[in-house]
Write a protein that binds this ligand. Structure first.
Ligand SMILES: *[C@@H]1O[C@H](CO)[C@@H](O)[C@H](O)[C@H]1NC(C)=O
Ligand SMILES: *[C@@H]1O[C@H](CO)[C@@H](O)[C@H](O)[C@H]1NC(C)=O
Ligand SMILES: *[C@@H]1O[C@H](CO)[C@@H](O)[C@H](O)[C@H]1NC(C)=O
Ligand SMILES: *[C@@H]1O[C@H](CO)[C@@H](O)[C@H](O)[C@H]1NC(C)=O
Ligand SMILES: *[C@@H]1O[C@H](CO)[C@@H](O)[C@H](O)[C@H]1NC(C)=O
Ligand SMILES: *[C@@H]1O[C@H](CO)[C@@H](O)[C@H](O)[C@H]1NC(C)=O
Ligand SMILES: [Cu+2]
Length: 528
């Protein structure tokens, strides 16, 4: 995760894409000033510019990024959100997964086009629409203030504004007779975005990177990190400018709560522009009733995976550590960074790598090759949280309304063919039952996508097919990164290679201070 410089190759294999290409880019991660909402502040950009570029490729291509950290005073790292290590086209995004840096600007769209797009011919043009809450202060100071013992309400920082396409709003040229495919992406750190287009109905075709049967939606609630691909046909009724409203939402239960609870002081309006000289009216939404994503149907009609061989239960609640610092916990434990990154422990501990003990307090779960896993998340908090699993489009078997309590083991309303996505909103005092197939070896994080809750520890670690990770080799530049930072890359969580069952040096208490940076470029100990 802490990478001064690294080369990254994302293979997007796709059998039918005959002319697979390589997309190359050299990215320097740099500080730059920007004022997307009118307030000037330092943001993290790429090659001296911000917003960060859109990455585009076709399924089957390989993207080769050479990334150099030129921040000077912070480590960095990039995550490719939703990429499943297989071959799936779709709407994705990339973002830093380090030090809360994506709210500081280090994020951008990643579009993987589909040579066999089942909706090809049904739209004429593509439009990327990103929405995000936005902060005037930098993440490190926001997190430092949040992780104070005085924050007994576990409050995250509240945003200062909403931005659209990393700026004030969006004017989208619309032409009668055309249909547009919107690729909607939330870059938000905290708030969800309510979305409504005046006089134009959305036809949802993709949730995150999973095709769904075309489903009509008048409104959507886009949680942090979620994507929706929707088709919108320009209406023939009259030639004017139609507003669309994006409203930040911390609604505690959009299914049942009264409308007032949606109130949030940050709205943005964009326009479908058919008459550039004409008026630009406001969009007024009296009642928010966003479409229920879980009711959508996967286009491929895939059945629920089964039979289930393993159930992982994650009870989420806020918690307080021994120093009185507010944390967010699964099963009473926050994620605590260890000395050795989990993947390196999995690769270097032989047959012991199937023993979760060796990974330390990263909320580790071992998932055997070929297993079918129910991931049950019980949300014991009084607010909605968007949970994300790396490397999977999980099936959502159940996601009831609020205040039903924890899952009782009954397969209440499990659909035969559940919808899939990679980030799901879970209602307050309620639960979700997610299901995955374990068919790719690796280490995958499961976490709330409210970035502030990641920093509070709301992460679990899924170690998939550990037997296939034994003695795996790492690219030399990855090892070099560890060497430069003095991070041991062998042994258990504490770097013990002699007795991997010895947990005595594990990090069991989250660090008392959030310094925002590891001590860079330590002299490398000769013993590693
Ligand atoms: C790093 O430098 C940038 C640009 O000067 C500054 O805005 C930011 O606060 C610094 N970060 C830290 C952790 O000091
Ligand atoms: C959209 O166009 C209107 C009219 O020209 C203008 O006032 C507004 O600033 C534009 N919005 C953006 C985001 O460019
Ligand atoms: C934001 O939009 C909603 C829905 O139309 C409206 O109720 C609310 O008053 C707006 N807020 C502001 C600050 O304009
Ligand atoms: C595999 O790694 C283990 C330590 O994890 C080591 O003891 C063993 O020699 C390695 N085997 C091979 C074939 O490299
Ligand atoms: C729920 O479904 C799983 C398989 O999907 C089955 O093993 C289990 O027995 C079912 N539980 C109940 C209570 O029906
Ligand atoms: C597991 O670790 C223990 C303690 O280090 C060691 O004695 C044992 O040989 C290891 N087992 C395997 C299968 O590597
Ligand atoms: Cu959360």
């Amino acid at each position: 995760m802490f990478c001064p410089s690294f080369l990254l190759a994302l293979p997007m294999f796709y059998a039918t894409h005959a002319l697979a290409a390589t997309v190359n880019a050299n990215w320097d991660v740099t500080w730059v000033n920007a004022a997307p909402d009118g307030f000037d502040r330092p943001v993290i950009g790429i090659n001296g510019a911000w917003p960060c570029p859109t990455l585009e490729a076709t399924a089957g291509d390989t993207i080769v990024l050479t990334i150099t950290n030129k921040l000077g005073n912070e480590t960095t790292g990039l995550h490719f959100h939703g990429i499943d290590q297989v071959d799936a086209p779709g709407t994705y995004w990339y973002h830093s997964h380090n030090l809360g840096q994506y709210p500081d600007g280090l994020r951008g769209p990643l579009i993987v086009h589909d040579p066999n797009d089942p909706y090809a011919g049904k739209y004429d043009e593509e439009i990327i629409l990103t929405v995000s809450d936005w902060y005037h202060d930098q993440s490190i100071s926001l997190v430092q203030n949040m992780l104070e013992a005085s924050n007994t309400q576990f409050l995250p920082p509240f945003p200062d504004s909403i931005i659209v396409n990393e700026g004030f709003g969006a004017n989208i040229t619309f032409t009668v007779g055309k249909t547009y495919r919107f690729r909607i992406i939330s870059f938000a750190a905290f708030a969800s975005t309510m979305l409504h287009f005046d006089s134009h109905t959305m036809q949802v075709i993709m949730t995150d990177a999973s095709y769904v049967r075309q489903t009509q939606a008048y409104q959507l609630r886009v949680a942090p990190a979620q994507r929706y691909d929707v088709l919108i046909t320009c209406i023939k009724r009259d030639n004017r400018n139609f507003p669309f409203l994006m409203s930040l939402d911390i609604n505690r239960d959009f299914a049942n709560d009264p409308v007032q609870s949606v109130v949030w002081p940050h709205n943005a309006t964009g326009y479908l522009v058919m008459d550039p000289q004409g008026p630009y009216p406001q969009d007024v939404v009296a009642l928010w009733q966003p479409a229920n994503d879980i009711a959508m149907k996967p286009l491929d009609g895939a059945a629920a995976y089964g039979p289930v061989t393993q159930t992982i239960t994650l009870n989420f609640d806020f918690c307080t550590d021994v120093n009185g610092i507010p944390r967010a916990c699964f099963n009473g434990q926050p994620y605590i960074d260890q000395t050795v990154p989990t993947l390196y422990s999995a690769a270097t501990t032989g047959n012991n790598n199937t023993n979760p003990i060796i990974y330390g307090n990263v909320n580790p779960f071992i998932l055997a090759t070929g297993s079918v896993v129910n991931v049950v998340v019980n949300n014991l908090d009084a607010a909605i949280h968007p949970f994300h699993l790396h490397g999977h489009q999980f099936q959502v078997l159940d996601r009831p309304g609020s205040n039903v309590g924890s899952w009782n083991g009954h397969n209440r309303t499990f659909p035969a063919s559940p919808m899939r996505r990679d980030t799901v909103s879970i209602n307050p005092n309620s639960y979700a039952v997610l299901r995955i197939q374990v068919n790719s070896p690796g280490v995958f994080l499961f976490h709330c996508h409210i970035e502030w809750h990641v920093e509070m520890g709301l992460t679990a670690t899924f170690i998939q097919s550990p037997e296939l990770l034994r003695n795996m080799s790492f690219p030399q530049d990855h090892i070099d990164n560890c060497i430069k930072q003095g991070i041991p890359y062998r042994g258990n969580a504490a770097g013990n290679t002699q007795n991997v069952l010895d947990t005595s040096d594990f990090n069991t208490v989250p660090p008392l201070t959030y310094t925002g940076s590891v001590e860079l470029f330590l002299p490398f100990p000769a013993s590693f």
